[in-house]
Ligand binder design. Structure first.
Ligand SMILES: Cc1cc2nc3c(=O)[nH]c(=O)nc-3n(C[C@H](O)[C@H](O)[C@H](O)COP(=O)(O)OP(=O)(O)OC[C@H]3O[C@@H](n4cnc5c(N)ncnc54)[C@H](O)[C@@H]3O)c2cc1C
Length: 289
């Protein structure tokens, strides 16, 4: 049963920030409500005020820039999935969205709400880490920027301070010869990941050497994490099947999964061992295309 609360619907970002600053721990921002309302219904949280940002069209956009692409925090999963520019330039993001929840949830849920919920099995986080995304966070004091991988603190905990609201996600344009791939293993279609793996590879010009690589894992630790030791297995080398296998083995030891209702710790490690080489191979194919 949801406890009574006061619903506030600011008309501008400035108004929302003012309310957020005023009510602090007594309030919660609500975007699409797809995650927040579950917590409220389960009685896990009971904010006195809900500040709805759903009406703030200034936070819902997908814009190409000289540096890459900016996505407003209030942009829905469905808008990202269907965006022609994202399908063309960041196809991995559209592919990820297609597998996130159901169409109904994707129509309401927002990318910003997903990240701020801090769910370790969320799909966007590993993909955005692989894509080197940065976040803009606003408060009455001004704006600050953070790498998406520094945003996650612990289970369902993100690096937002008093009065802060996530406003934008920035994706830098990928260097030439870069490929990125993501998959998640889940038992029920459109459910959260049992394990999610995103890999981005940039190849050197003509030599086929892996110049840069990012391997990001979801549902394998309290937060979405990079498998940095596994990246080192491949960075600066010509990628071979043996090295891919080794990278998978290293990533599976780096991961810190738990056993829960979805899978045992051992099973999750095995998924990482198998999916890291598989996604690295796919990223490699895309980098060569
Ligand atoms: C049936 C179902 C299946 C799902 N399956 C998946 C799945 O497969 N993969 C996956 O990744 N997710 C899944 N989800 C989770 C869900 O899609 C996302 O978490 C959702 O996108 C959250 O966005 P929202 O706008 O609804 O956030 P809300 O529920 O409104 O808010 C979530 C949290 O973020 C805060 N918040 C929201 N926006 C901001 C902001 N701009 N700045 C600061 N704080 C903010 C809120 O205060 C709250 O704490 C599923 C959810 C459901 C209900």
């Amino acid at each position: 049963m949801i406890k009574d609360f006061e619903y506030l619907a600011p008309k501008t970002l400035k108004e929302a920030l003012t309310l957020l600053d005023k009510y602090g721990d007594d309030c919660k921002i609500i975007g699409g409500g797809q995650s927040l309302l579950i917590l409220m219904r389960q009685g896990l949280i009971a904010p006195k005020y809900l500040i709805s940002i759903k009406g703030l069209s200034e936070l819902s956009y997908i814009k190409e820039t000289k540096e890459g692409l900016n996505i407003g925090a209030l942009t829905t999963h469905r808008a990202i999935e269907k965006s022609p520019v994202i399908q063309k330039k960041f196809s991995v993001l559209a592919e990820m969205e297609q597998r996130l929840a159901s169409i109904q949830t994707r129509n309401w849920g927002t990318i910003g709400g997903n990240l701020c919920h801090g769910e370790p099995a969320g799909d966007p986080a590993p993909v955005l880490i692989a894509l080197k995304a940065t976040l803009t966070i606003a408060s009455l004091k001004g704006e600050r920027s953070t790498a998406v991988e520094d945003f996650f603190v612990d289970y369902f905990e993100v690096a937002l301070e008093h009065g802060e609201l996530l406003t934008e996600i920035q994706l830098p344009a990928a260097p030439p010869r870069t490929g990125t791939a993501y998959t998640k293993f889940n038992v029920i279609q459109s459910d959260l990941a049992t394990v999610g793996v995103a890999v981005s590879i940039t190849l050197g010009s003509g030599d086929g050497i892996c110049q840069d690589i990012r391997i990001a894992l979801g549902a394998t630790a309290p937060i979405a994490m990079r498998a940095k030791k596994a990246e080192e297995v491949l960075r600066g080398k010509k990628v071979t099947d043996n090295l891919l296998k080794e990278a998978g083995e290293v990533a599976s030891t780096e991961a810190q999964p738990i056993s829960d209702i979805a899978a045992s710790e051992e099973y999750r490690r095995e998924l990482v061992r198998v999916l890291v080489p598989r996604m690295a191979k796919e990223a490699l194919t895309r980098a060569k295309a």
